[in-house]
Design a protein around this ligand. Structure first.
Ligand SMILES: Cc1cc2nc3c(=O)[nH]c(=O)nc-3n(C[C@H](O)[C@H](O)[C@H](O)COP(=O)(O)O)c2cc1C
Length: 431
């Protein structure tokens, strides 16, 4: 796409995230919500106020959001709220006059990349299951070819009523993604099932849904994240400053392109909602988890900062200092080199090299020695624990690709864009 143009090209609109060609430094769409046309249906439940937050977060994710309020929805939140948040007209009336360019439900249905109904009342769920088009939202839901995500919210009894359950089962059978509801305190004050799923959960599922047919659909990507913690005693460990941000961003970027992701992590950041998360602490635990996960894996991205050494034994009791003690000697044992030792035919391995000197030469040596397809070299001091990175991506038989300083989210998108052709090649070679 031309840097000057605001609108995406036809190719970008069709492919949304491109077809996996290396995109640096022209990568404009870095995640599937960006510029996606999302119709947000808001029906009549007390959780309708949370839809304002959802609309705001969708807009912050650069989605183009058209809100459709049901009659019930309007009893709880005024159109003006959504108008102000989305900077777009809010739709309430199935019989509003058509214009030369806008044909009511037909235009909204055709232009949508995704239809999200949150909150979905029991009444709206019933209407969706029966295919009723007696209001604007019902007509859009029947007309659109976009995927539908429904987030129910209601009282415990309403949710568990066989009618609601059967309607939800009908929707699931038709391929509708139902998110939540969660258990917790309900508006009535009672505890039960029926709370609207969190906005983060709805956003994450929406993002995965938009990316699900991407070039990594059907691929399983294993990502490691965070710094390992090697215990010295029950309360102390040897660790490093890695935050896990890079690994989490890579997990999200792979999901954005349709991959199933296993995230093996020492960090406790908020993971992408559709990732399978395996929490670990030490390098040994990480190796065991990676070995298990790559059995079904197509790619392994080792973004974790794995300790090279661990204490050669862990004290079972807290190490006490003696008054006469100036020095404590620690004996360290070398940890396994996970990415070098793990392999299986067809596994595409991507490593990271955080170096303090001779960045590219050291990274090239690692690429060859560890059988990697790609290595991301960056300055250890500048990168570890930081929100941004200045990286050079090195692949076999290619000139190093020096990237400018960018967020780790953006870098993750750049790395995954380069992983896609490697996985396609692997598939072709294996076919
Ligand atoms: C104060 C109040 C709160 C309500 N909360 C809910 C709710 O959380 N979930 C639900 O399914 N219905 C709830 N209802 C009932 C719906 O508003 C009602 O079924 C309405 O017809 C739904 O219309 P719609 O699905 O077209 O938006 C509530 C009604 C009132 C008066």
């Amino acid at each position: 796409m031309d840097e000057q143009q605001g609108e995406p090209s036809a190719l970008e609109r069709e492919g949304r995230l491109g077809q996996g060609a290396p995109t640096a430094p022209h990568l404009h769409i870095t995640h599937p919500l960006q510029r996606a046309r999302v119709v947000l249906g808001v029906s009549g439940g007390i959780a309708a106020y949370k839809a304002a937050d959802l609309a705001s977060k969708l807009v912050q994710s650069e989605a183009v959001v058209d809100v459709v309020l049901t009659a019930g929805g309007q009893e709880f939140v005024r159109p003006l709220t959504f108008q102000a948040l989305t900077k777009r007209p809010v739709h309430t009336d199935a019989f509003a006059p058509w214009t030369e360019t806008s044909f009511g439900h037909i235009t909204l249905a055709r232009e949508a990349d995704l239809l999200v109904i949150a909150p979905a009342s029991a009444n709206t769920i019933a209407r969706l299951a029966l295919g009723l088009a007696d209001d604007l939202l019902g007509a859009i839901a029947l007309s659109t070819e976009a995927p539908l995500l429904v987030a129910p919210a209601m009282e415990h009894g309403m949710y568990h009523h066989p009618a609601t359950q059967e309607h939800l089962a009908t929707l699931v059978r038709r391929g509708v993604i139902v998110v939540g509801p969660e258990r917790g305190r309900l508006a009535s004050g009672y505890e039960g099932d029926g709370r609207l799923a969190s906005v983060e959960m709805i956003l994450g599922r929406a993002r995965a849904l938009l990316g699900r047919d991407g070039p990594l659909a059907g691929k399983h990507v294993v990502v490691t994240a965070g710094g390992t913690r090697e215990p010295l005693d029950p309360v102390r460990f040897l660790g490093n400053r890695s935050s896990g941000t890079m690994g989490y961003a890579l997990a999200q970027a792979a999901i954005d392109h349709g991959a199933a992701v296993t995230l093996i992590t020492t960090a406790s950041l908020s993971p992408p909602v559709t990732a399978t998360v395996v929490p670990v602490e030490t390098a040994e635990q990480m190796r065991t988890a990676v070995e298990e996960a790559v059995k079904e894996g197509d790619a392994l991205i080792m973004a974790a900062a794995v300790a090279d050494f661990r204490p050669d034994r862990t004290q079972h009791q807290k190490i006490k200092k003696r008054p006469d003690q100036d020095v404590l000697d620690l004996r360290l044992t070398q940890n396994p080199d996970i990415i070098a030792t793990i392999d299986h035919p067809g596994l595409v391995k991507v490593g990271f090299a955080a170096e303090t000197h001779d960045l590219v030469d050291n990274a090239r040596a690692k690429l060859a020695a560890k059988g990697l397809a790609m290595i991301v070299a960056n300055d250890a001091v500048d990168t570890i624990g930081s929100a941004e990175s200045v990286a050079t991506i090195i692949q076999r038989d290619r000139l190093p690709d020096e990237l400018p300083r960018m967020s780790k989210q953006r870098l993750a998108a750049e790395i995954v864009a380069r992983l896609i052709p490697l996985l396609e090649r692997e598939h072709d070679d294996g076919a």
